[in-house]
Design a protein around this ligand. Structure first.
Ligand SMILES: *Cc1c(COP(=O)(O)O)cnc(C)c1O
Length: 362
């Protein structure tokens, strides 16, 4: 037995590293990125600001200027606290660490965002996944409330709109989950910019509701900026395990800069939503494809005439990378997920999948 096998936490040894496929040279529609670059003029203004960032110094440990800007743009009520993370993934990890104790259970729904499970298992807690309804991926009220009562989870994660299914969950059921959960419920609004829906207005009514968001999907995936909003009794504790310089100076300055030009991202998001609705119509009309409605910047669909692995590979052969979800969950048999790209990328994708959805090409 090598020493790594002997000493690395067995819970971590049994995990699989998160796999990111190579995308070089491909039309990249796999990762919910905003496909639009910034205009040249904005890039010049940004570079002028970045010039003066003192990278020989540590960043502002609390990212105060960026947090304040986020507060005002996102209309965070003044009595709530906000914490910025190196992507919302880091905040998921902070939450998982902060609540971890032997015998505790963390709960989410499946098919859902894979990182909840990954992070929960890494901190040695038990992870329970409650299945969504098979036909439309909605929450089943009795099933989820029953699971919460049975397992008494220390932490509940629910993404709405959900990834990879794209649907928003029923607000009444979410509120009932919050009422029934003994511990904190994290509503992950990673796709809030596209859905326009939020539970932020409810945070003050509960002692266990926290809202998680990210700037990744609306345009800043490369910066790694996520944020958590909640009552200070929660965030003051979480602050103790956030690493002091988790947001680097360039991300702080850039985040601050683009939030002062937030209208650009809003306009891009609006365009993406229009394209999403167009893509949904077009995809739905293709024989051999079944789609589900989306409130996010991607569309889940099923290949009904072909094996999804083969269809996925055929798309890669033709220069298009999407996400293959086949075999990731029983409810996602032969399912794939396409991120909304530029108008041109979307047309190429549609033309290509029209030619592939039915006839297996050898
Ligand atoms: C993409 C995504 C995240 C992670 O976003 P980052 O801020 O880029 O780490 C979190 N939750 C959900 C549901 C996501 O889809």
């Amino acid at each position: 037995m090598n020493k790594a096998k002997r000493w690395i936490n067995p819970a971590i040894q049994s995990l699989q590293a998160y796999h990111v496929p190579a995308a070089k040279g491909l039309i990249k529609l796999d990762a919910m990125e905003n496909p639009f670059p910034w205009p040249d003029k904005l890039i010049r203004q940004w570079l002028a600001e970045i010039r003066s960032v003192p990278v020989n110094r540590y960043p502002d440990p609390g990212a105060t200027s960026l947090s304040d800007k986020l507060r005002s743009i996102m209309q965070v009520p003044a009595d709530l606290s906000i914490m910025v993370g190196n992507g919302s993934d880091e905040i998921i990890q902070i939450l998982a660490l902060a609540l971890a104790q032997p015998d505790r259970i963390y709960l989410s729904v499946e098919p859902g965002f894979v990182m909840y499970r990954q992070v929960c298992l890494a901190v040695n807690t038990r992870y329970v996944a409650v299945p969504l309804n098979g036909d439309n991926f909605s929450l089943d009220h009795a099933t989820i409330i029953g699971a919460i009562q049975q397992y008494q989870p220390a932490l509940v994660f629910i993404a709405s709109p959900n990834n990879p299914t794209g649907n928003l969950f029923d607000e009444e059921i979410l509120l009932d989950i919050i009422r029934n959960a003994p511990g904190p419920v994290i509503i992950d609004e990673a796709y809030h910019a596209f859905s326009g829906k939020t539970l932020l207005g409810y945070v003050n009514q509960f002692d266990n509701l926290l809202i998680l968001r990210t700037l990744s999907k609306s345009g800043l995936a490369g910066l790694r900026l996520g944020y958590l909003i909640g009552k200070s009794c929660w965030l003051d504790e979480l602050e103790k395990i956030r690493l002091p310089y988790n947001i680097n100076s360039l991300s702080q300055q850039t985040g601050n800069f683009i939030l002062r030009h937030y209208k650009l991202l809003e306009d891009q998001v609006r365009k993406i939503c229009l394209e999403r609705d167009y893509m949904y119509e077009e995809l739905s009309a293709i024989e051999g494809i079944r789609t589900w409605p989306s409130r996010a910047n991607f569309i889940l669909f099923r290949a009904t005439s072909r094996n999804a692995d083969e269809l996925f590979n055929d798309l890669v052969q033709r220069g298009i990378l999407i996400k293959n979800l086949h075999k990731t969950h029983p409810l996602l048999e032969n399912c794939l997920r396409v991120t909304i790209g530029t108008e041109k990328e979307n047309r190429i994708f549609l033309d290509t999948i029209r030619s592939l959805a039915q006839i297996p090409i050898s």
